[in-house]
Design a protein around this ligand. Structure first.
Ligand code: SF4
Length: 722
């Protein structure tokens, strides 16, 4: 075994599913003296285990990470393919032919309609280098900011909230805070199922320390609420009522940190005025909870020295998402729960490298290094590093995710380039989305898998290399940056996303801009753009991360000891705003964009399941996970089921103003009366007529432009009666 240890050192990398960012160790299918491990198709399969030395996960993995190797062979897209129209079959072409065709189309469209007719829609599955090169191509060379990513559907409200409250994006807390907090306040997050390893760390701490409080705010009872000291099952859309209600009580009870408020913040007086409208009786009635429970939540906040808030899609995916994020931050500013161990507002990112996307400028209103396109100095700083003439980057934010769909609908988009994501399942109002995709004159779909629902709408398919097949960097929710090396060679010619973008860039005449020999060189250029910014990573490189292991930013150039790199932001209680103070906000609750009414009397809330990932491009191909979650379902409260005469397991049709889905009912008290729940993972490829986004609406938060994918009004028709 000693010999074996010498011969087979595992490759250290990161799990490519969720933003928890667990460290993995990967071993080849064949180990000396052991039988070859194989996947369900009989292909040799890499072996995966948790990396005990990864600071974020310490060896833990969930079922997705543990089974990831099962997804590497099945249904891979292996050759570029082209067709002239959607009614034709694809024909195989060479890479040169496909890339020439894309470059030619971009040139034609830019000449005829201008650069704003080009749109790229990317993904938090990208490595940072992929994100960065895409920004350089679209925002720098082509001069349009029409790059957006599926992160827009995921955490753009958190980004907007941080920028407005603190002057910069960046979650201030870290995972060690899970083990240091006195009170964890989880709102709009089913952490146990969606960020399992984060929850494991928190749960251990909670179980070990009887004084630690766990508050969970969720209209559903979930694995996350099971051991909570307080579960507030509020009505969907009443988060701001609740948060302002807690703040009202803290103010009334004199449980706020006046020193922190005076010295580190601005805008408290206006916020305090708003709070007058949130007395406990009114808040409890609006939220559908007991006054006692509201008071208990406020007491936990007021009596704890270190409060840590965690949230994800239940807050972000809302037409008032930014207001919700800022109202959470208000509570932290009011109580001084920030910039110290165990405390702070902490958004959990959905995707493995959504954080890297933020760092690299991967949304249509931002630029690399936490810059914004509207700021002339920021544009100039980026243009200088990109060696582009002044004025190359447009001052106008580009189209956000849903606006791209509207642009296609209005025939304003000439090239729609989708990479590593599946908008034909994940966008709201899916029939409208599909009809817009059908109108696209030229869609490129760059993916590791085929078929996917989005590939049905493509004119060009490009086979992308995925996890383990290219080398790059990813940053997880707590700002830990991990080197993710290539460890397997393919028998087909799939390429890294950044290489594909660079190839097209060269064909468009920007040879010098894309003169990179490796992703390490790309990363070196990227980190220069983070220097002296909140997300300073100038001290990082592929070489350093490979040799020293994962490192948390900020990590400036002079900082060579990984142990001393910054764990928390704002420990000096100064913020990157004009006056150095964090800003209170004063938002009144608006509620749901589409509240229930007599015709559509129930609220549909949507969410994720433990085993599946997003639209199942990977997990739908892993037998163990498919067995775990074989089909979609609708959770309904016994009272509503009785009213509608629905029995357990009976098939029902769920209807909204936009479409319908058919699925079996699960009658459970886990869901509140008046609310139903449906998981979001099933697209047309995996189930007939069970797409959650056939029902959802496209209303967006006016600040973050994130759609309200979490809630819409529905009615239920038992199928035997239709
Ligand atoms: Fe992967 Fe997330 Fe599971 Fe960790 S918690 S193993 S990052 S899916």
């Amino acid at each position: 075994s000693f010999k074996r240890r010498i011969m087979v050192a595992p490759t250290k990398t990161l799990c490519p599913y969720c933003g928890v960012g667990c460290g993995l160790e990967v071993l080849p299918p064949a180990l000396p003296g052991k039988p070859v491990t194989r996947d369900s198709l009989g292909n040799p399969m890499w072996q995966v285990r948790g990396d005990r030395n990864h600071p974020s996960s310490k060896g833990q993995v969930c079922v997705k990470g543990a089974t990831i190797a099962e997804s590497l062979e099945k249904d891979r897209l292996k050759v570029p393919m082209i067709r002239d129209s959607l009614d034709q079959p694809f024909r195989e072409v060479t890479w040169d032919e496909a890339l020439d065709r894309i470059a030619l189309q971009i040139k034609k469209v830019v000449a005829a309609q201008g650069p704003d007719a080009i749109c790229m829609y990317g993904s938090g599955q990208f490595q940072t280098e992929d994100y960065y090169i895409a920004q350089k191509l679209i925002k720098g060379c082509l001069g349009t900011n029409n790059f957006d990513a599926n992160s827009r559907l995921c955490m753009s409200s958190a980004v907007a909230g941080y920028i407005q409250s603190f002057g910069s994006d960046g979650p201030p807390a870290c995972y060690d805070d899970l083990e240091e907090t006195d009170c964890a306040f989880l709102i709009g997050t089913n952490t146990a199922e969606c960020h399992p390893i984060v929850f494991n760390r928190l749960q251990k701490h909670h179980k070990k320390n009887r004084n630690v409080k766990l508050i969970v705010v969720d209209p559903r009872a979930t694995s996350t609420t099971k051991n909570a000291d307080l579960h507030l099952a509020i009505k969907p859309g009443t988060d701001i009522n609740l948060l302002n209600g807690i703040a009202h009580l803290l103010l009334r009870w004199n449980k706020f940190d006046s020193l922190f408020i005076d010295e580190c913040t601005a805008g408290f007086a206006t916020f305090a005025k708003v709070l007058k409208d949130y007395p406990p009786e009114l808040v409890a009635r609006d939220c559908g909870i007991r006054v006692d429970d509201l008071e208990k939540a406020a007491r936990y906040w007021g009596e704890s020295k270190k409060v840590l808030s965690l949230w994800s899609m239940g807050i972000n995916q809302s037409s008032e998402g930014t207001a919700k994020v800022r109202t959470i931050i208000n509570l932290h500013l009011m109580t001084g729960n920030l910039g110290k161990p165990g405390a702070g507002p902490f958004s959990l990112t959905g995707q493995p490298n959504a954080m890297g996307g933020r760092e690299a400028g991967g949304l249509s209103h931002i630029l690399p290094g936490y810059r914004v396109v509207k700021n002339p100095e920021h544009r100039q700083e980026v243009e200088q590093v990109w060696r582009l003439p002044e004025g190359s980057i447009s001052p106008n934010p580009g189209l956000a995710a849903w606006d791209m769909i509207v642009g296609l609908e209005q025939r304003k988009v000439g090239v729609f380039w989708v990479a590593a994501t599946n908008p034909a399942v994940s966008m709201p109002d899916i029939e409208r989305t599909k009809s817009a995709l059908r109108k696209s004159p030229f869609t490129v779909c760059q993916d590791a898998y085929y078929p996917t629902e989005t590939a049905e709408f493509a004119h060009v398919l490009l086979p992308a290399a995925q996890w383990g097949e290219k080398t790059g960097i990813m940053t997880n929710s707590e700002r830990v940056v991990t080197y993710c090396p290539k460890f397997r060679n393919l028998t087909w010619d799939a390429r890294a996303d950044w290489e594909i973008f660079a190839e097209v860039g060269r064909r468009l005449g920007y040879e010098a801009a894309f003169d990179f020999e490796s992703s390490a060189e790309v990363y070196d250029e990227f980190v220069r753009l983070t220097q002296n910014r909140v997300c300073d990573m100038a001290g990082l490189s592929h070489e350093r991360l490979r040799n020293q292991g994962p490192i948390q930013w900020p990590c400036p150039e002079w900082e060579m000891n990984p142990q001393q790199s910054g764990k928390r932001l704002y420990t000096d209680q100064r913020f990157p705003t004009a006056d150095g103070r964090a800003k209170f906000s004063a938002f009144h609750a608006k509620g749901l964009a589409e509240p229930p009414d007599p015709e559509f009397p129930l609220v549909l809330t949507t969410g994720r399941l433990y085993g599946h990932w997003h639209t199942q491009s990977r997990t739908g191909r892993i037998p163990k996970i498919v067995k775990m979650h074989p089909e979609p379902f609708l959770e309904i409260h016994p009272r509503d089921a009785q009213k509608l005469e629905i029995e357990e397991g009976e098939w029902v049709e769920l209807r909204s103003r936009r479409g319908q889905a058919k699925l079996p009912a699960q009658i459970t008290k886990a869901i509140s009366p008046g609310t139903v729940f449906m998981p979001m993972h099933w697209g047309a490829l995996w189930a007939d007529d069970a797409e959650v986004n056939a029902l959802t609406h496209p209303a967006v938060c006016p600040i973050s432009l994130e759609p309200e994918l979490k809630a819409c009004a529905v009615q239920i028709i038992p199928l035997r009666k239709s």
